[in-house]
Design a protein around this ligand. Structure first.
Ligand SMILES: O=C(O)CCC(=O)C(=O)O
Length: 302
């Protein structure tokens, strides 16, 4: 359970870190699954419904930047999010009824793991109210060197910033972030493997390229109070197949058909670069100005 101080810090700053949310045994099971999944990427030519590959990927030398939707790949990932070490803090922050919106495993591999430009998750999937957050379960020790998630404290209480480019295309990132935001105030979230971060759906966050010799793999879950209903977006229609699927995504408590409406600031996402909804990396690739250089920009062409 979270302490009163942790709950207050989440509401004040928009993020917290919880040590030892997962046991060593759970971590070992995830790592075993992950090794198998990484092995199966050999011979795969291009990103598909399971893998999102780095631009420098080749079938002989796979470079995975994200494993998509782990809850759809193995029941283990449902078990993890429903484990009291994860779900009890969720009910403290979101109330007794919590629904899963999505899951992803961001790999940020040693030496080349891709950066994530500054953004608000709320820009991708606005809801009828903002009682939502993302949990990031650290599968490796996360330090200053291997591309920690960084959050701008208090930004969850601010406006929803523009995540579109000058042509009106959704690029999932805040262009010119260094001029629009005081990034010196951004706080990196460090922790040992098994710790978890929780950041508010409106919090501004990002992370740098991982040029260190250690991977930084984080298992993310995106969650909302059941009374927060998604506003229409192509992202939402990808996450939920139909009404039954939506109802089955409850983690704890009861489904609600009575959305709580709140006057929250919203900008709807879309249209999408290349006319299709893709992972954040491809969407942000539609932006011109980058705060964090890509591997090719930083290290040079392969
Ligand atoms: O992996 C990271 O550092 C950031 C992840 C994130 O913000 C996202 O995938 O939306």
């Amino acid at each position: 359970m979270l302490t009163n101080e942790q709950v207050a810090a989440f509401h004040r700053d928009g993020f917290i870190c919880v040590e030892d949310a997962l046991s060593a045994a759970q971590l070992a099971r995830i790592n075993t699954w992950l090794e198998g999944c990484m092995g199966r990427a050999h011979g795969v030519a291009a990103s598909n419904e399971v893998y999102d590959f780095e631009d420098t990927h080749t079938p002989d030398s796979p470079r995975i930047r994200r494993i998509k939707d782990p809850v759809a790949r193995d029941p283990l990932f449902w078990e993890v999010v429903r484990d009291p070490g994860v779900s009890a803090p969720l009910t403290q922050l979101l109330g007794p009824n919590v629904r899963l919106f999505g899951s992803k495993l961001n790999m940020k591999s040693a030496g080349y793991g891709a950066p994530v430009e500054w953004h608000q998750d709320w820009a991708f999937y606005p809801h009828s109210n903002d009682e939502g957050l993302a949990v990031g379960i650290m599968l490796d020790d996360v330090t200053a060197e291997n591309g920690p998630l960084m959050v701008l404290p208090g930004s969850h209480k601010g406006p929803i910033l523009n995540h579109h480019n000058e042509d009106g295309i959704f690029i999932g990132g805040i262009e010119d972030a260094a001029h629009k935001l005081d990034l010196s105030k951004a706080v990196p979230i460090h922790g040992s493997a098994g710790s978890m971060s929780l950041h508010h759906v409106r919090a501004i966050h990002g992370s740098a390229l991982n040029l260190s010799g250690r991977p930084r793999r984080i298992l993310f879950y995106e969650l909302f109070a059941a009374h927060a209903w998604p506003l229409w977006s192509d992202v939402t229609t990808l996450k939920y197949r139909n009404f039954e699927h939506y109802r089955d995504m409850m983690i704890v408590g009861e489904h609600s058909n009575q959305p709580r409406m709140e006057a929250v600031p919203v900008r709807m996402p879309g249209p999408w670069p290349h006319g299709k909804v893709d992972g954040i990396f491809a969407i942000q690739g539609g932006g011109k100005q980058r705060h964090f250089g890509s591997f090719k920009e930083t290290v040079g062409a392969m």
